[in-house]
Design a protein around this ligand. Sequence first.
Ligand code: HEM
Length: 322
Amino acid sequence: MVGNGWDRVPIDSQSIDAPLSRAAVFLTLTVGEGREALQAVAGVLDGLDDLIKTVGFRDLNGRLSCITALGSGLWDRFQTSKRPQELRPFVPIEGAKHTAPATPGDLFFHIRAEREDLCFEFERLLLDQLGSSVALADEVAGFRYFDSRDLLGFVDGTANPTGHDIGASTLVGSEDPEFAGGSYVVVQKYLHQMQPWAGLSKGEQEQIIGREIVSNVELPDAASGQKSHKTLATIVDDDGTEHDILRDNMPFGRPGHGEYGTYFIGYSRHLWVTQKMLERMFLGDPPGMHDRLLDFSTAHTGAVFFAPAPRTLSALVQAVQT
Ligand code: HEM
């Protein structure tokens, strides 16, 4: 699932380490009741590699990729006795001031490319094939904003793992051998309150995020009291080991509608790591001192999926079709 750098054709499925793209579509669907809908979905997933080639081959420089991930409820419907160890629905978090809600989602597609039209065309054909077996839960088209900035103005994604660390942080390993090579996916759609944010000084904004806005240089962690977003999202276990996730957040928006957002997507080897980040952000550390980013950003969706390795996905969908 993590490429070896020898790929002759730079279009791929289930490649979590696909490079940061200029455009992305985050598509969340629910699957209709009954075996017929399930079988129809399985049939489409079985042919997904071909669909990626059909669209992606039209411009190889466009580097089209798609990751397919399944929610906990859908996994159960596949009636396989084996499940990824940590897979479960999104657990809502109720902080004193802010809430991370859980919203529906059986199937999730993370479509990435250097060109918006490739993402669009792939999504169009995919939805055409899925037809009435699915219903739309959420659809967001994201774009790269200058030097990978979010709409609050900060460079987003800097502390992501790189190189060999990507696989170690994102792919399930020998701890769950049946599902090795797969990855837990957590998504949340945030909308920003731009005016109050713009009312802060540059220094206040930088303290909230934990980095300098222009240079992107990290600020020191607070010794006590209110911690920055960057510090709250850093997870160190009792052994002193830091646990990373891979984020591929993208801005989205419609200025005419006053909509300015960040689509958060985190891939991780262990679901508990992303969960812990969310708890530290929404409940605070120390408790009560929540992430101040949330005073200017509201989570409107929340869902958990598992993106299986290609061979696991194809075994799963073939079993349903027979
Ligand atoms: C760091 C923005 C939500 C996890 C950062 C940084 C920015 C940022 C600007 C600093 C640069 C970087 O390292 O990427 C945002 C925005 C969010 C959001 C705008 C939504 C409104 C989340 C959520 C999580 C998360 C929901 C986890 C559940 C992280 C992590 C880091 C980080 C792990 C790196 C920490 C480190 O320095 O090690 N985020 N973030 N972020 N964020 Fe977020």
